[in-house]
Structure formats: C-alpha cells, structure tokens
Ligand binder design. Structure first.
Ligand code: ATP
Ligand code: MG
Ligand code: MG
Ligand code: MG
Length: 573
C-alpha cells in the first residue's frame, strides 16, 4: 500500500465527547467516524484492524471445527416471541415494522434464528455435534452508548452456537470453544483473563467471560494469584462471604440489600459504617429545585473516630446535610470498605473531609488514595456517574480469603471482550428443537453459545497499549505492520531506489507494509505513524545509505537502530 493512494486522516485533538483514551486515539488516528450515538463508520484505517481481528477469529473458529454461515440482520418477531425474548429484552432490542405492519427485530444476537435453522435441518444424533458461527453486525439500543466502539449500539460480534446430543457432549463443545478463545486472545497479543460468570436469567450450567485487563474497564474481576480462582464480580458476589471477612463487613452487606426501604437502608448503613470507622460512603441523591429533578453523586470521606448522633430518614443530619435540600431523596448508598475495618475508636464528631459533586470526583479521589482507596481518579469519576460500580465493592473486597482456600482475592478491572455460555436446553425446549436419539426417541438439543466483541477488541487493545504519542498496536492487529518513511524520495535517486526495493522485498516476505510517499516533513510523518500505532518503522535516508544502513525504530523503542540494508527484512520478521 502506498500512503498517497490510501486514506489517512489524523487529528491533533480528540473531540470533546471522547472520554477514554481508546476512543480519543481512534478518533484522532482517523479509524472511526461518528454518525450518531453509538453508531460509527469504520474508516479505512480502522477497518483494516477489524479485518485482522476477524481473520484471527475465523481461523481459530475453523480450526475448532466451527462452521461459518451468515444469518440475517432483520429477524421476524415471531421467533423472538417463541422464546419470550421479544418481551424480556425490553428497550435494548431494536424493533422495526415492515410496510405491512409486521414486527421485526434487528438482531442483538442470534440464538433464535440458529435454533430455527437447526430444528428443521437436524433429524438424528448422527448429525451431531455441530457448531455454527457467523461474524455479523449487531444492534443493541444500549442505555448508555459510550466510549466509541467499546459500547456501541451497532457493533460487530462473532457469535457461535453449538448443538449436542447430551450434557457431556455440550460440555466437550464448550471446552473446545474455551480453548479456541484462549488461542484467539493469545494471538491478539493482549493481556487477558477468563473468569467465571454468573449465568443470570438465561440459566444453564456454566459461563465464562474473557476480559482484557485495563484500568479503565467497566467490570470488576476478582482473582487469586495463588490459585485458579477468577470470577467476575457478580459471580464472586454470589458466593457466601469469606469467613475471614470481619463480621461487621458481612453485616454491612446485609443492610444494603434492596429489600430495606431506601432511606431506612441509609440510616442503618450509616449507623453501622460510622461505628466501624469505614472511611468512605458514596451517596446518590436526587434533588428537586424549581420542579427540575437532578441526580447528584456524593462521596463522603470520614476521618477519625466518631459517634453518630442523628440519622434521619430522608436526610443525613450531621453529615453533608447542608448539601441536600429538604426535598432530597437519597437513592442509593454504598459503603466502600477499603480492604479492612479498623478498630472502633473513641467517640468524636464526624468530620466530612470532602463531599464534592461528580464533576470534581476525579481529583477528589486522587486525594482519597491515602485513605486506602485504590481506584484511579479517571475511573472513579466515571464510576460515580454509574453508581453500580461502587456497589461492586460492597460484597467482595480485595484481601478476602478465596473460595478454594488457596489464597486471598485481588480485584482488577477488565473489559469484557468474549463470553462463552452453556445454554443447555433453554432454547431448544421453548422452540421445540429436537433430534432422534439412538433409540429413535425425540430429545431436546443441548446448546452452547459463544460471543466475541470484534469491534470492542479495538478499544480494549488500545486501552492496554498506548503512550503519549498514540496507539501501540500488537503486530497481529496493526493496520500495517511496517511503515517505510523515505527522506526526500523526490530529490534522491538512491533513496527512491532503496525505498522501492525494500517495499518490494517486504511485500514478498509477507509483511503488511505501507510506503509513506506523501512527501510530508519527517516530523509530521513520524507523528502520524506513532499516533496510528504501526509497530515497525524504517527511515530511508541518504546519510544512512552511504554506510549501507537504514534506520529502524520499533514503536516502543526510544531511539532508532542502524540496520544494514541487506538485513532489514529479516530484522523485522
Ligand atoms: P456488556 O456486559 O458489556 O453489556 P454483554 O454481556 O451484554 O456485554 P454479550 O451478550 O455477552 O454482551 O455479547 C458478547 C460480546 O459482545 C461481549 O462479550 C462484548 O465483547 C460484545 N458486546 C456486547 N455489547 C456490546 C456493545 N454494545 N458494543 C460493542 N461490543 C459489545
Ligand atoms: Mg450488555
Ligand atoms: Mg456482560
Ligand atoms: Mg456477556
């Protein structure tokens, strides 16, 4: 590829709505272009990365004997009514009507359609096992689309569906997919963890999420370095609290159950927290001023020992009461136990050290780090706008013993990039998808489903690999592996010749190479490729050529290395 024939469009500044680094850098590098909320055009540079993700996914799925097909985007409502998901999916399911007034869903996933395919195609146990997959556009009308491709409304997913004759077969298919996922994420060159996940409403027998580890991840994952235990927060919270956990922490969890009315829960929680020297309390408060309702998020940092004098329903007296109007209703309260509970001290008034609104939450929390709270400022500011994240910390805290008795738990943040699921017969029963077993008797198919967020991978990869100059793609995902930057190709015959030769050699060696023949000044040219994140760069200039050398610089290198012209291709390979 020659840059003059390709489309490159870089920006110095990210648009103001880009909140996290991957979104900012993808916009600046010209990889995506926003069309509407959660809807993006994949620009040529971004599409190259998407295609690389897809190619790796496709290769590993094929290796695992999954079979590719392509199911429609627009799916008749009747299928979704058969499983009850037409109602259950609520507002996230995008619905359209055709000219006859018939209802259709735009697929958020394809269990219904694949089950429909299989129930008419599969007659006998002899045709099993089977695993079908497609890489297809999805639409989910997300409540809060954000972070570019990370949580889009339109996005690309690889979804696979396995069909087996019995439970053991389904578990074997699941294991094959699990291993294929490990191979895929390893080939991406990303740091990831597979964690046990809660099966939630779908039921079934087992589920794992694959998370790319990144401090900006939306999910908390709980793991243990000295054992195999790893789970997402929901799954971890489903466990009984660790016995080693202080009794007060266990009680604390109980008082914040949704059963208690909100305000009573506040009162109870505060009483308990204050008597236990818990250091931080997060509140979501709804206030009404002149008929306008606003939600505000407060973080209370409590210092020292204290006695709780007054807790009134609907209002927290003696704390940040001055910040709440009398109309204020406290919607949620989360106590964050920073790792352990300190001793109960002597009685003294409560000191509110900080109680700022969400706008200032980021710097506030940086200050709160001394109190043992270990989340980063940027993260916290966002979490407060999404209060459930704080709730993540309620039940499981870092330092809890493990469920398997082999160590203590740590909490890390992750981005869910894949999800494998043992569905069992939930869909085959509701849709009457059966096969004839060895005895000629009809039995429901045992299913599994397996998703990978193809477009989300781009965001996740960047969250893990960037610096102040831009993106640092792992070679397997980079839009181009190598960029050739000639210095004055139009002036120097020697440079032109060496560049063209290297361009041909690199292509012959199977390297995905781009030749920057745009005639830019070196500074601008280098800045573009560092922003775009191409892993290898070779500069071809007269000075080096006189000594028979080219200048090589890896994207993470701090300086260039002189490499003899004859060795450069093998050097990069
Ligand atoms: P999340 O918890 O992030 O909402 P999910 O659990 O709803 O994701 P699944 O139904 O498990 O998602 O879908 C499989 C994969 O599709 C996810 O693991 C994720 O990588 C990807 N995915 C889901 N929703 C989105 C989205 N809105 N934008 C981009 N990718 C998504
Ligand atoms: Mg979701
Ligand atoms: Mg999820
Ligand atoms: Mg999921």
């Amino acid at each position: 590829m020659r840059a003059s024939r390709f489309f490159i469009s870089t920006l110095k500044e990210a648009p103001s709505d880009a909140e996290i680094v991957s979104h900012q850098l993808m916009m600046r590098a010209g990889m995506i272009k926003r069309l509407g909320s959660g809807i993006y055009t994949y620009m040529p540079m971004g599409l190259r990365v998407i295609r690389k993700v897809e190619a790796i996914v496709r290769e590993e799925m094929n290796k695992a004997a999954a079979i590719e097909l392509l199911m429609p985007l627009v799916q008749p409502a009747e299928l979704w009514q058969e499983t009850g998901r037409w109602d259950k999916m609520g507002a996230e399911l995008m619905r359209v009507k055709d000219r006859h007034g018939r209802d259709f869903a735009i697929q958020p996933t394809s269990e219904e359609v694949i089950t429909d395919v299989v129930r008419s195609e599969i007659k006998s146990y002899r045709q099993l096992p089977l695993n079908f997959y497609h890489i297809q556009t999805k639409f989910r009308d997300e409540r809060r689309p954000r972070f570019g491709l990370m949580r889009g409304r339109e996005f690309t997913m690889k979804d696979a569906y396995s069909f087996d004759r019995d439970l053991a077969g389904m578990q074997a298919s699941y294991k094959i997919m699990f291993d294929a996922y490990v191979a895929i994420f390893t080939r991406f060159g990303l740091k990831f963890r597979a964690v046990a996940a809660d099966n939630g409403a779908i039921g079934g027998t087992g589920s794992h999420e694959f998370h790319v580890i990144a401090s900006t991840g939306e999910d908390a994952i709980v793991y243990c370095d000295t054992s195999d235990y790893a789970a997402n927060m929901e799954a971890a919270e489903a466990l009984p609290l660790a016995a080693s956990r202080p009794a007060a922490a266990q009680a604390l969890t109980k008082t914040s159950t949704p059963n208690a009315t909100k305000c009573e829960a506040v009162a109870e929680l505060l009483k308990l927290e204050l008597s236990q020297t818990v250091k931080t309390i997060a509140l979501t408060v709804e206030t009404e001023t002149d008929g306008k309702v606003a939600k505000q998020y407060f973080m209370l940092l409590l210092r020292g020992d204290h006695e709780l004098n007054e807790v009134k329903v609907g209002k927290v007296a003696g704390l940040a009461a001055h910040r709440f109007s009398t109309e204020a209703e406290i919607l949620e309260v989360y106590g964050c136990v920073p790792g352990y509970l300190g001793p109960i001290g002597t009685k003294a008034p409560v000191t509110v050290v900080a109680d700022r609104t969400v706008a200032n939450m980021a710097d506030f929390v940086c200050g709160a780090n001394d109190a043992g709270f270990h989340y980063t400022g940027a993260n916290w500011g966002r979490d407060m706008a999404e209060p459930t994240i704080v709730a993540d910390l309620r039940n499981v805290v870092a330092g809890d013993a493990s469920p398997d008795g082999k160590g203590v738990l740590a909490i890390e943040r992750g981005i869910e990039v894949g999800h494998v699921f043992q569905l069992g017969t939930a869909y085959s029963e509701s849709m009457k998808a059966t096969f004839l077993d060895e005895n000629g008797k009809p039995a429901p198919l045992q299913m599994g489903c397996y998703g990978i967020g193809v477009t989300r991978i781009l965001g996740a990869a960047i969250e893990q690999n960037f610096d102040d100059k831009g993106i640092i793609w792992p070679t397997s995902l980079a839009p181009f592996e190598l960029v050739l930057c000639p210095m004055g190709m139009d002036r120097s015959e020697a440079v032109k010749e060496a560049t063209e030769q290297l361009y041909a050699d690199a292509q012959a060696a199977g390297i995905d190479v781009i030749l920057d023949d745009r005639g830019l000044r070196p500074g601008g040219m280098f800045a573009d490729w560092e922003l775009i994140g191409v892993p290898h760069r070779v500069v071809i200039g007269d000075r080096g050529l006189k000594e028979g050398n080219l200048e090589y610089q890896g994207r993470r290198d701090t300086e260039a290395t002189a490499v003899p012209v004859a060795d450069i291709v093998s050097f990069i390979k």
